[in-house]
Structure formats: C-alpha cells, structure tokens
Design a protein. Structure first.
Length: 288
C-alpha cells in the first residue's frame, strides 16, 4: 500500500512539475516580442508604417478636409481685415501699409495651408529621427533563461504536492496576466500610430486659424499636440529601456518564483507608464 501511495505521490509531483515548467518556460515570449517590437514601431514614420493607410489619410486630408479649411481661412482672413480696418477710427484712417501686411500674411497662410500635410509629416520626421538616435537604449531581454529554469526545477523537486499545486495555480494566473499585458502593450503602441493618422487627417482645419491672433490658439495647440504625440514615442522608448534594465536585475536573484512574479510586476508597471506617456508628453509641450 505504501508503494502505491509513493508511486501516486511521485506521479502527481512529476505531473505538477511538468505543468509548472511548461507554463513558465515560454511565459515571457509574447511580451519579449512586443517589447522588442516597440523600438521598431515607435521609430517608424507614418509613411513607412503602413503605406495603404498613409495614402488614404493623405487623400482624405487633401481632397475632403482641405476645401473646408479653405473656407475657414477665408473667414479668418476676412475677419482679420475687418478687425484691422475698424481699429483705425471705423475706417476713416486707413493705413496702406497695413493692407500690404494683411495681403502678405494671407499669402503666407495660403502657402502654409497648401502644404499642411507636408508640414505635419515634417514634425513626425523630426521626432522619428530623435527616436531612431535613441533606439540603442533598448538592450537586453526579459527571457527566462535556461539557468533560471534549471534552478526552478531543482527547487520544485524538493517541494510537497500541496506547494506544487499552489505554484501550478500561480503559474496559470501569471500566464493569463502576461497574455493580457501583451495585449495592452500592443494597443498602446499601435494606438499611438492610429492617433497620428487621425490627427493628420484633420490637420488643415486648425492650421487655417494660425493667421489670426485671437483664433490662432487652435492652430498653435494643434502644433503642440503634434510634437507631443511625436515625442511620446521617445518616452515609450525610455520606459522600455528602464523596464529591460529592471528585469535584468531581478533575473539574477536566487529565487526563481520571486523573479517571475517580480518580472510580472515590472511588466504591469511598464503598461501603467506606457499609458502615462501621452499625458506626460502633452504636459511637457503645453498641449491640451
């Protein structure tokens, strides 16, 4: 009877150990691929990210939104002219120099409006150039190494069935959490690029207001927002670089299970900071 009990106990231990090792061996693979892909994604210009979407957004901006922006510019220029004339004693004193000034300002506004999409892409080209220069910051890997797995298996061999069952449930929970975190990283990184496309499609309308002092706040805030979302990629890259350094630090600790939970905790922290990068970038550039 004792032989049967020992055999059953050994079989359950081997089953639980195999289950735990199977759950943890490829645990961080998806997160590793997502984190490693961050540098490539945030360092890609809107034109290179997806040529089909970029062509669609450009066509929408230049054929649908630009005529509306032309009407907005007409209103702004007319409002500016009337305001300028009324300032001089209800048009009794007209300064010809101011008329030339208005014509020059309007011509510049038309030139800017006609090249709005190129100007917007130039902003992102600048930010992507900075990001590309900083992409070397992301180094290392969050992989669970073979040494960690060997230490973990040796630790599991000396544990009882109850403890192994608890660890098996923990490994399943960690696996589900890491899968969810992988989705979060994907949504944040790819969502930023979609936000860039959406903002670029409506660019002519706020840019048409720049010619006027009172209404120009809309265009100025739009330009600030462009720089904010462009340099958000740099903040994302910095967060990932910090994450890689932190995970490398705990991966060398002597407690394999603690290391795995610590790595998951840092991944949760990474996702939280990725969510915060947008608001941080906007606060830095004064966009709202």
């Amino acid at each position: 009877m004792d032989f049967l009990t020992d055999w059953l106990t050994g079989w359950l231990k081997d089953l639980l150990i195999d289950g735990i090792m199977g759950n943890l061996s490829g645990l961080f693979d998806n997160v590793n691929s997502s984190v490693g892909d961050v540098a490539a994604q945030v360092g890609t210009t809107p034109a290179a990210w997806n040529a089909g979407v970029f062509s669609l957004i450009r066509q929408l901006s230049e054929t649908v939104i630009l005529p509306i922006a032309g009407m907005v510019l007409t209103f702004v220029a007319t409002y500016e002219l009337i305001q300028m004339l009324l300032e001089k004693n209800n048009m009794h004193e007209v300064d010809v120099a101011n008329i030339y000034k208005w014509m020059f300002k309007t011509a510049i506004a038309i030139l800017i409006l006609s090249n709005t999409f190129n100007i917007v892409m130039a902003v992102f080209d600048v930010s992507q150039s900075v990001i590309a220069s900083a992409s070397g910051l992301v180094q290392g890997s969050t992989d669970i190494t073979a040494d960690m797995l060997a230490d973990l298996e040796a630790t599991l061999e000396g544990m009882g069935i109850g403890s192994l069952l608890g660890l098996f449930m923990q490994s399943i929970l960690i696996q589900v959490c890491m899968f969810a975190l992988n989705i979060v990283i994907f949504v944040i990184v790819y969502g930023r690029m979609l936000e860039i496309y959406v903002m670029s499609s409506l660019a002519p309308i706020p840019m048409a207001t720049l010619a006027n002092r009172e209404l120009g706040g809309m265009g100025q805030n739009y330009i600030k927002s462009l720089f904010a979302i462009g340099f958000q990629g740099l903040l994302i890259l910095v967060c990932v670089a910090i994450y890689a350094v932190l995970v490398q630090g705990i991966a060398t600790s002597g407690d394999p299970i603690g290391s795995i939970w610590g790595a998951m905790g840092y991944t949760v922290l990474l996702c939280f900071m990725l969510f915060k990068t947008g608001s941080i970038a906007r606060s830095i550039f004064g966009a709202h």
